[in-house]
Design a protein around this ligand. Structure first.
Ligand SMILES: Nc1ncnc2c1ncn2[C@@H]1O[C@H](COP(=O)(O)OP(=O)(O)O)[C@@H](O)[C@H]1O
Ligand SMILES: [Mg+2]
Length: 469
C-alpha cells in the first residue's frame, strides 16, 4: 500500500505525521504498524527535522491497536519515523464494529460503513448544526436504524417533514410509521390530545397572558384540584369558588374570562384524559407527532405531556405497576431549543431534564436536535453522551458545545467549519473510536425547487374608461 506519511513526533496517545498523501484529511483513519489513529488537526509547519520548507503535518489521536482482530488500548507510544498508511475497508470494519451495530453513512473519504454502537442510545444524543446542514436527514437515518433494531421511536416533528423522509427510508423494511396530528386533524391520521390537568400554572402563561396575581390564583386552583379528576371546565368553574379573602374577586373574574377564551382557542387540543401514551410505543414502529400546525405554546405542552408520560410509563414498568410502557424507547425532539431553552420556564424543560438525568435507568433515551446549541439548557446538553455535529460557524454555539461535551476538544470544534452538507462528526458513547467523520446517507426524496419567482405582470384592461387589473 502507498505510504501516507511518516511519524515525526510521538508521545502518549498523540503523534504528528508528515503527510505525503493527498487523501489524508481531517478525520482520516491512519495505520501505523498495528496501531490506529484518527487525524484531529492539520497544519503546515517548519521544522529542521522535516526540512526547512513548510510541510503539511497531521496531528493524529492514537486510539488503539488490533490484537486478534480486537481493538485494545495502547500502553506505550508509537515509535517515531514509522511509516504511516491509510486504514483499509476491512480494517475500518473491524475497528468500528462490535456486538451491535448500526450505520447512518460512510466513513468520510472511504466506502466503509461508519458503524456505531446503538446500545448506548439511552445515554442520550444531540444533533447540532446550523440550519440546512442536514440534521433532519441525519435524524431520519438514525431513527430508521434504531427502529429496524426493534427500538420504538417517538418523534416530535415541528416542520412536518419526517413522514416524507422516513417513508422513503422504510421502503422494503418491516418498520411501520404512525402519525398523530396536533390541533389540526387530517383525514386518515390519529389526533394527539393533552389533558388540561397536566399543565402547571406557569404553563398556562404560554397560551394566554396572565399577570402574577392571576397566575397565583390559578396555581391555588390547581393545588385544590390536585388528585381530583378535572379538565379545563372544572378549572373555570373553580374560579367562582375561590375564597374572596384569599383571592380578590376581580382577579378571579379576570382569570375566569381568560380561561374561557383559552377554552375556545384550544378546542381540539385539550381533553379530559389525553391520549394514552402507553399505546403509541411499539417495537418496529416510528410514531411521528406532527405538531407543525400547532402554536408554540401547544407544542411545548405536547412535549411536556409526552416526556412526563413516557418517563412515568417506564418507571411503572420497572416497578411492576399498572399501565406501564412495556418497551424501551428513544424520544426525539426537533427544534429542542424551543423546549429545553436555558431561559425557558415551561414545564417541558423540566420534564426533558428529568429524562436526561433519569431516563437511562428506565431504558428511555433522548435525542435533541437543534440549530441553536448555545440556547439549550446546559444540564440537558451535558447529559447527552453522544454528539453528532454538522456544519456550525457561530462561535457562541461552538463554545457552548466545547463546554457541554467531554468527548469533544478544541481541535474537533475548529473542524466543524469545514463540514459540508450531510457530513458530520460523531463523538462520544456511540462511537467506538475518539470521533468519527461520516458522510450521512442521502435520502432520495424529491427536492423542492428553490430559486427566484418568475411572475407575469398583471395586465391592465381598459373598460369604459377605467383601468381594471
Ligand atoms: N446526507 C445528505 N446528503 C446529501 N444531501 C443532504 C444530506 N442531508 C441533507 N442534505 C440536503 O440538505 C438539505 C437540508 O437538510 P436538512 O436535513 O433538512 O437540514 P437541517 O435539518 O439541518 O436544516 C436537504 O434538503 C438535502 O437536500
Ligand atoms: Mg431540520
Amino acid at each position: 500500500m502507498d505510504s501516507a506519511g511518516m511519524v515525526v513526533s510521538s508521545g502518549g496517545q498523540e503523534i504528528e505525521v508528515l503527510v505525503k498523501n493527498e487523501n489524508v484529511e481531517l478525520g482520516t483513519i491512519l495505520k501505523i504498524g498495528n496501531f490506529y489513529g484518527i487525524v484531529a488537526h492539520m497544519r503546515y509547519r517548519e521544522d529542521e527535522k522535516i526540512g526547512s520548507k513548510q510541510k503539511l503535518t497531521a496531528k493524529t489521536q492514537i486510539f488503539g491497536k488490533l490484537e486478534d482482530d480486537r481493538l485494545v488500548k495502547i500502553k506505550r507510544p508509537v515509535e517515531p519515523y514509522k511509516d504511516v498508511s491509510l486504514a483499509d475497508e476491512r480494517e475500518l470494519n473491524i475497528l468500528l464494529s462490535g456486538e451491535y451495530n448500526m450505520s447512518i453513512g460512510e466513513v468520510y473519504g472511504t466506502a466503509a460503513r461508519a458503524f456505531l454502537n446503538p446500545s448506548e442510545y439511552d445515554r442520550h444524543l444531540a444533533i447540532l448544526a446550523s440550519t440546512g446542514a442536514g440534521k433532519s436527514y441525519t435524524a431520519a437515518n438514525l431513527i430508521k436504524e434504531f427502529a429496524s433494531l426493534s427500538l420504538p421511536v417517538i418523534v416530535v416533528d415541528t416542520h412536518g417533514e419526517y413522514q416524507k423522509l422516513l417513508s422513503k427510508l422504510i421502503e422494503n423494511t418491516n418498520i411501520d410509521i404512525e402519525i398523530y396530528t396536533v390541533k389540526y386533524p387530517r383525514k386518515g391520521y390519529k389526533e394527539l390530545k393533552i389533558p388540561a390537568s397536566d399543565l402547571e400554572a406557569e404553563d398556562f402563561g404560554h397560551f394566554t397572558i396572565l399577570n402574577e396575581t392571576q397566575k397565583s390564583a390559578l396555581g391555588l386552583i390547581l393545588e385544590r384540584l390536585n388528585g381530583k379528576d378535572y379538565g379545563l371546565k372544572e378549572i373555570i368553574d373553580y374560579c367562582d369558588k375561590l375564597d374572596k379573602d384569599v383571592i380578590h374577586e376581580e382577579t378571579a373574574k379576570a382569570l375566569k374570562r381568560r380561561l374561557i377564551s383559552l377554552e375556545r382557542t384550544f378546542k381540539g387540543v385539550f381533553d379530559r384524559y389525553g391520549t394514552d401514551i402507553t399505546k403509541i410505543v411499539q417495537p418496529y414502529q416510528v410514531t411521528i407527532i406532527d405538531a407543525s400546525y400547532a402554536s408554540q405554546g401547544v407544542r411545548q405542552s405536547v412535549v411536556s405531556y409526552l416526556a412526563k408520560e413516557l418517563l412515568q410509563g417506564r418507571i411503572k414498568k420497572e416497578n411492576e405497576m399498572p399501565n406501564p410502557i412495556d418497551y424501551k424507547l428513544l424520544f426525539v425532539v426537533e427544534e429542542a431549543h424551543n423546549y429545553a431553552g436555558s431561559n425557558l420556564s415551561h414545564s417541558c424543560k423540566y420534564q426533558l431534564r428529568r429524562i436526561a438525568s433519569e431516563g437511562r435507568k428506565f431504558g428511555l433515551g433522548l435525542c435533541v436536535i437543534s440549530q441553536k446549541p448555545s440556547k439549550i439548557d446546559e444540564e440537558i446538553l451535558s447529559q447527552c453522551n453522544t454528539g453528532i455535529y454538522m456544519h456550525i460557524t457561530n462561535p457562541n454555539d461552538k463554545e457552548h458545545i466545547k463546554r457541554s461535551f467531554e468527548a469533544i476538544n478544541e481541535e474537533i470544534v475548529r473542524g466543524l467549519d469545514s463540514l459540508d452538507v450531510g457530513e458530520c462528526i460523531i463523538a462520544g458513547a456511540m462511537s467506538r473510536i475518539p470521533f468519527l467523520m461520516c458522510k450521512v446517507d442521502k435520502i432520495p426524496v424529491e427536492k423542492e425547487k428553490k430559486g427566484m419567482p418568475k411572475y407575469e405582470k398583471p395586465k391592465n384592461m381598459k373598460v369604459a374608461g377605467f383601468d381594471y387589473v
